[in-house]
Write a protein that binds this ligand. Structure first.
Ligand SMILES: Nc1ncnc2c1ncn2[C@@H]1O[C@H](COP(=O)(O)OP(=O)(O)OP(=O)(O)O)[C@@H](O)[C@H]1O
Ligand SMILES: [Mg+2]
Length: 141
């Protein structure tokens, strides 16, 4: 079924650490407005942090996080999109495995997002950039 956005997206450019706080705050407001439970709101915010950190640590000049309220049939949700023009991910399957990191991180960011959210799609081309789309639905709470 068609998924559509039901409100204006919020775009946060992430090139400095404090931009992640800004993205977290915007995500919190949007999640609360949609009516997610506090625990789910926290999961959404955590995912925003992980994506923001990946933009800072793995993409050369950062990137953008776009937040949007979603509607599909009768269910509502939220979409987080992280986009960058960094080096790209060579092996997305590997990047999703627990403990895989190319810069001595814990390698728990992307696997964590996969567990916390309902949908996760990663499209990446080496030398071009990375697009991560993740969604959480309210009915799945
Ligand atoms: N936006 C991105 N651009 C390029 N590579 C990325 C990007 N996001 C993730 N990666 C690659 O995927 C790997 C796994 O990412 P993940 O967030 O799971 O772990 P990490 O960032 O290395 O460590 P942690 O998030 O636990 O601090 C990274 O080490 C990096 O190689
Ligand atoms: Mg990470």
């Amino acid at each position: 079924m068609a998924t559509r956005t039901t409100g204006d997206p919020v775009i946060v450019r992430v090139t400095e650490e404090y931009h992640i706080s800004e993205a977290r705050q915007r995500a919190r407001s949007m999640a609360e407005a949609i009516g997610f439970k506090p625990v789910t709101t926290f999961q959404i915010i955590t995912s925003v942090s992980e994506l923001g950190n990946n933009l800072l640590f793995h993409a050369n000049h950062g990137g953008t996080i776009t937040l949007a309220p979603l509607m599909q049939n009768n269910k509502v949700g939220i979409e987080i999109v992280a986009e960058d023009e960094g080096p790209g991910i060579e092996d997305v399957t590997l990047a999703l495995q627990d403990g895989f990191s190319t810069n001595r991180g814990l390698g728990e960011g992307l696997p964590g997002i996969k567990r916390l959210m309902d949908e996760l799609e990663i499209t990446s081309t080496v030398g071009t950039g990375t697009l991560v789309i993740t969604r959480k639905w309210k009915t799945c709470e």
